[in-house]
Design a binder for this molecule. Sequence first.
Ligand code: DOR
Length: 446
Amino acid sequence: MSSLLITNADCVNEGRRFEADVLIRDGRIEAIGADLQARPADAVLDARGRLLIPGMIDDQVHFREPGLTHKADFASESRAAVAGGITSFMEMPNSQPPTLSLERLEAKHARAAEVARANYSFYLGASNDNLDAIRSVHVGQSCGVKVFMGASTGNMLVDDEATLDAIFRDSPLLIATHCEDTPTILANEAEYRARYGEDVPIDAHPSIRSEAACFTSSSLAIALARRHDARLHVLHLTTAKELAQFTPGPVAGKRITAEACVHHLYFDEHDYAEKGTLIKCNPAIKRSEDREALLKALAEDRIDVVATDHAPHTLEEKGQTYFKAPAGLPLVQDALPSLLEHVHNGWLTLEQAVAKTSHAVAECYALEERGYLREGYWADLVLIDLDAPYRVEREQVLAKCGWSPFEGRRLRSRISATLVNGERAFEHGRLNDQVRGQRLRFRRQR
Ligand code: DOR
């Protein structure tokens, strides 16, 4: 492989902002220093005026392979991801067939090794009857066990109490949960159906997928985790009410951590009028008060990680009526710029935005040698123009589904370049399709 010297970068890393040169050799960061310009390198990239941060590690994406490749596939979505500054992804098990066995996990890894432009890992899904697979998975085979404690796309609900208890007792890996109580949702759906028939208005979604549904489920997950001292990561929080259940502070030492997703931080109930079912997702986008509470919880380290929950569906699928339109939005390409809007607006510091998208994710999952600008670590890096506004246009969308919930919105920061394992995967608006990611490695079990 080769070497690359990045000069004059405005680095943001581990709570500090400083100017430095970064020398990359054979995919790793060899040196970070004030003046490395005398060091020989095969190529030089002048980063003056641009931020240099660790690449985003997205711990929640749905890339739809196998089985749903009319919506997305590993190649298409990982291209969109690197254009968005995401250098590693962890992919969800609700493909078809779902990832419920070690064989299917390996098959996903093998496919990603051929086509993924970013580094990758895959969750083992939980069901009411795959406890043996869960018990036998070990570190290196998967980033974690995903438990749908609420039905969503793909029908992978685990609602058998004894099975849930056994998963929390026995899972050798981190447990990542989707928390929405299905009986509460079904009761709400019945009420709205009685009132509106099939024509339920989309702005009822947060009342159907309600705060109570979220709280009932996340409090159960937390109770189970405490009972068994499990390592629990609660995905995509959406309500102010749930936040008191999580402790502020650094990830190190926490057994229970939390994630927020970019769309729940960016959109709120006012956006249903313009976006309709395009922003239907589970859990639902809720009130502006909830959105602001999530942002505050991020700033006080009560929520540890920011991810996307990139969940593409075709425009045709999304254009259906409330009950028929599938939940989920494509997000990876503009996720980081959308998060940086909260930095521009004063909700988060740059250092916090970086910590939530890289350092904290690496700590949560005990990721090896990624997530920081550190000598010896893999050079997963993003260069950002902080003040280079753009309007999101459909023509620029790289996700296979061909649309974005951010269309028409102006975002103030732009991804200028993305390096995956030291290779320029995206630069000057162009993708390098030769680049392939690596399998993510983890230091410990749960
Ligand atoms: O909105 C969502 N879409 N939430 C999920 O839990 C699943 C996802 C999907 O796979 O479409």
